[in-house]
Design a protein around this ligand. Structure first.
Ligand code: TRP
Length: 468
């Protein structure tokens, strides 16, 4: 079979654009918002260590697998998996993991948009001086005020979803390149400036210790959480990277590009952590505060430094853009698939999907205020309840979607993709697509996809079950 030169949905102009796009997808709220609060919740160094191990041993091989599957087939994930499976003489049912991934990506987008909406609110707040010289308490109260107000949350959620739909409707390939070229370096510079500030708090070493002080006895606590986050932060397990891979030029080296993306993503997360925790400790805040951590700590920092108002505004604009370049990668697999499948316009398909995600996102909006007592997956004394109003334990809507996607769907999706690349595709196909100069590097990558990554996922699942 001759391979398509380009996908129906477009093609990047060079390998740099793939790196930019994949980095844009990977670097997002996961690095700046989620990584610090997860680290805080799971006690610091042990979580960070497991996260790093999972990035290298599991996340990177899966990212390579997704990219190569996408580029080989030059179709949306569902059709890519199906056609490559059929071509290899395997069952067309291999399209299923991609289909489930597609839905998982839309579920992630539903809450991602709400959180990204918080940064929209903070852009306004910073710009108008709402956070001028606030202390930790005042910042906490302002954040609580935001999440308690469903209307305000809804407005920002709606606006962010519209922004995401706008880029996707125009086509990823057309819109993305320019914004990423400016945004990524700027984000990094501002993170470094924040880091500079956190050194002046006098609590830098305490923060550093918290992040990197490895406590072996705590490893099991957050193992599945760390693996789930490794998937989340690299955008793997749902087909986001696969669909971007399908737009990648033939001659680009997959190994080198994926490595670049993984390193950049990790650097941003660690820098964000090093910048945030000293501020947390200096302000006497709780590292385990949960999803509000970044939104409570950063105003304190920006509220008390020269030009803080301007820098704070710029920072939240960057957070917004980082979230934006990630959110589009969640919508793209489904849009690309439905364009191929129905032949309808991108605009129509994007509109319908964005509205669906918006609706599901309203569940997250309400879970922070009037809907907070609605609990799912409740294990009570009288047994298991899927839903219970006002239960003590259980997870609210936001927690449930986050748990379902990060801890279950992403690892299973990633497992399916990496097994597919390692065991369904022939060795020659994989070698041809990876096109690595060093045979040793190829062998390492190939076996990491065949054995290391799948075993890693399974071990973490088993360890988690054993913990119960
Ligand atoms: N990686 C992004 C972040 O860290 C989020 C993201 C984009 C994502 N695409 C994804 C997460 C696909 C899971 C699956 O913010």
């Amino acid at each position: 079979m001759t391979r398509n030169a380009i996908s129906l949905n477009g093609s990047w102009t060079s390998r740099w654009v793939f790196i930019l796009a994949a980095t844009g997808s990977a670097v997002g709220l996961g690095n700046i918002w989620k990584f610090p609060y997860m680290t805080g919740m799971y006690g610091g160094g042990a979580f960070v260590m497991m996260y790093l191990v999972c990035i290298v041993l599991v996340g990177m091989p899966i990212m390579i697998a997704e990219t190569l599957i996408g580029r080989r087939a030059r179709m949306s994930p569902v059709n890519a998996m199906r056609s490559l499976a059929v071509e290899a003489g395997a069952s067309p049912r291999f399209a299923w993991p991609a289909l489930i991934g597609m839905v998982a990506a839309l579920l992630i987008l539903s809450f991602y948009s709400v959180i990204a909406g918080w940064s929209l609110d903070y852009i306004l707040g910073m710009g108008t001086g709402r956070f001028q010289s606030v202390d930790a308490n005042a910042a906490g109260a302002l954040f609580a005020g935001l999440t308690a107000d469903p209307w305000r949350l809804t407005i920002w959620h709606t606006l962010f979803m519209a922004l995401t739909g706008f880029v996707i409707a125009r086509g990823v390939v057309a819109g993305l390149e320019k914004s990423l070229r400016v945004m990524m370096p700027l984000l990094f510079v501002l993170l470094l400036m924040l880091l500079g500030y956190s050194v002046t708090t006098g609590h830098f070493m305490q923060g550093f210790h918290f992040l990197f002080n490895f406590q072996p006895d705590k490893v099991l606590d957050g193992l599945l959480a760390a693996m789930g986050h490794a998937f989340f932060t690299l955008s793997v397990g749902v087909g986001s990277i696969m669909v971007y891979g399908s737009y990648m030029p033939r001659q680009a080296s997959i190994g080198a590009t994926v490595l670049t993306v993984g390193i950049l993503d990790t650097l941003v997360a660690l820098t964000a952590g090093m910048a945030l925790f000293p501020i947390v400790f200096a302000g006497g805040l709780e590292p385990g505060a949960g999803p509000g951590l970044m939104f409570v700590t950063l105003p304190v920092a920006f509220g008390s430094i020269p030009f803080g108002q301007v820098m704070g505004t710029v920072f939240f604009v960057l957070v917004l853009i980082a979230a934006w370049t990630s959110s589009i990668s969640m919508l793209e697999p489904a849009v690309a698939y439905l364009v191929e499948r129905t032949g309808r316009s991108r605009v129509a398909i994007t509109t319908v999907l964005a509205m669906l995600c918006w609706l599901v996102g309203m569940g997250t909006v309400l879970s922070f205020n009037v809907g907070a007592p609605a609990k799912f997956f409740v294990f009570a004394e009288d047994g298991f309840h899927f839903f219970q109003w006002g239960a003590e334990g259980g997870r609210n809507f936001f927690d449930s979607i986050d748990y379902l996607t990060s801890r279950i769907l992403l690892p299973l999706g990633g497992l399916a993709f990496v097994l597919f690349a390692g065991w369904v595709l022939t060795r020659d196909t994989v070698r041809d697509e990876l096109n690595m100069r060093s045979p040793l590097a190829f062998t390492l990558v190939y076996w990491s996809m065949r054995v290391v990554a799948p075993v890693g996922v399974l071990v973490v699942f088993v360890a988690e079950l054993a913990k119960q």
